[in-house]
Design a protein around this ligand. Structure first.
Ligand SMILES: NC(=O)c1ccc[n+]([C@@H]2O[C@H](COP(=O)([O-])OP(=O)(O)OC[C@H]3O[C@@H](n4cnc5c(N)ncnc54)[C@H](O)[C@@H]3O)[C@@H](O)[C@H]2O)c1
Length: 318
């Protein structure tokens, strides 16, 4: 099978490519390297079944492929808020072009949507039926509303043009290769602890999140793509932790003497976020298997190489 992964040089995309290459597929990685790194896919560059295309998905492209995993979009607030108009363009025009491509070559199309489509939810946990509580004009809207439009586009191409679609609503995912400076809570805490800086908790730390290890998430994406259900299907780890608990877990593992400090909560920061994964369990026979303690250990090892060794630091910027 020839598989296109947009955003393939990024965090989740590169782990997905590792799995697809290992199972013998032919992979085309398409990326503009905004938040992706060549280093993430370095080991495949000489492989004849792997192709890398530097391309911005806000421009059209013609390719012959059987499946499209559409992941291209900056995922952390620091990066998607850097240029909000570009983020909207990536979600709207980029998804439109990729769906057009899927239609033309009859490829199956999987959209990496997000739990952010639920906004600041009023129901817990969030099932796929919940329609969300999203601010259309706030600082997170370029991402949240962009993904909501991307979902609409996917379903309209499906209903109107019979494009085979799959929609994954991905919840917080963490693991090796997350960027050190992306402001996401796991990477923030790990980098701060490794550098001997205080761990910054926003608010009082009682807000909760669920954290899915990237290998579990990739397994869910592959099952969704190759299963029979369009979705949307939530993919995430339902184990809920307060931000303070997470800070303490990192503190214990890296540096028990690290200080924890508190800062004001940013605007529109959801108070709780937890997936209802009943659908993924019943329809895809999928659920996360890697507990937070184990996933954190693997993540910290990867960050330790990059943050503390000069050579690792050099590689991280490629
Ligand atoms: N990581 C999470 O917790 C999470 C949660 C929910 C949804 N998602 C979704 O999963 C996908 C991957 O997220 P990630 O965490 O790997 O983020 P990431 O930033 O590491 O990866 C995104 C990739 O897309 C590329 N990209 C961005 N804009 C592009 C453009 N216009 N043209 C071509 N390439 C472009 C980036 O260079 C990068 O390689 C995203 O669509 C994101 O919205 C991630």
């Amino acid at each position: 099978m020839r598989i296109l992964v947009t955003g393939g040089a990024g965090f989740i995309g590169s782990h997905l490519i590792d799995r697809l290459m290992a199972q013998g597929d032919e992979v085309i990685c398409l990326d503009n390297f905004f938040t992706g790194r060549k280093h993430n896919i370095l080991k495949w560059l000489d492989n004849p079944y792997f192709e890398l295309i530097r391309h911005d998905i806000t421009e059209p492209i013609k390719l012959e492929v059987d499946q499209i995993y559409h992941l291209a979009c900056p995922a952390s607030p620091i990066h998607y808020q850097y240029n909000p108009v570009k983020t909207i363009k990536t979600n709207v025009m980029g998804t439109l072009y990729m769906l057009g491509l899927a239609k033309r070559v009859k490829a199956r199309f999987l959209l990496a949507s997000t739990s952010e489509v639920y906004g600041d939810p009023e129901v817990h946990p969030q099932s796929e039926e919940y329609r969300g509580n999203v601010n259309p004009i706030g600082p997170r809207s370029c991402y949240d509303e962009g993904k909501r439009v991307a979902e609409t586009l996917a379903f309209d191409y499906h209903l109107q043009n019979n494009v085979e679609i799959r929609v994954a609503r991905i919840f917080n995912t963490y693991g090796p290769r997350m960027l050190e400076n992306d402001g996401r809570v796991v990477s923030n805490f790990v980098v701060q602890a490794l550098k001997g800086q205080p761990l910054t908790v926003y608010g009082d730390g009682s807000q909760t999140r669920s954290f899915c290890y990237v290998a579990d998430l990739v397994e869910g994406l592959i099952r969704l793509m190759n299963g029979e259900h369009t979705g949307p299907i939530n993919l995430g780890n339902p184990d809920e932790y307060t931000i303070l608990q997470l800070a303490q877990a990192v503190q214990n593992r890296v540096n028990p003497d690290a200080e924890i400090i508190f800062k004001p909560l940013p605007q529109d920061d959801p108070k709780r976020r937890q997936p209802d994964i009943t659908k993924a369990k019943t329809l895809l026979d999928w659920q996360p298997t890697i507990p937070l303690a184990e996933g954190l250990k693997l993540t910290i090892e990867d960050f330790r190489d990059r943050v503390t060794s000069p050579e690792g630091h050099h590689l991280a910027s490629v």
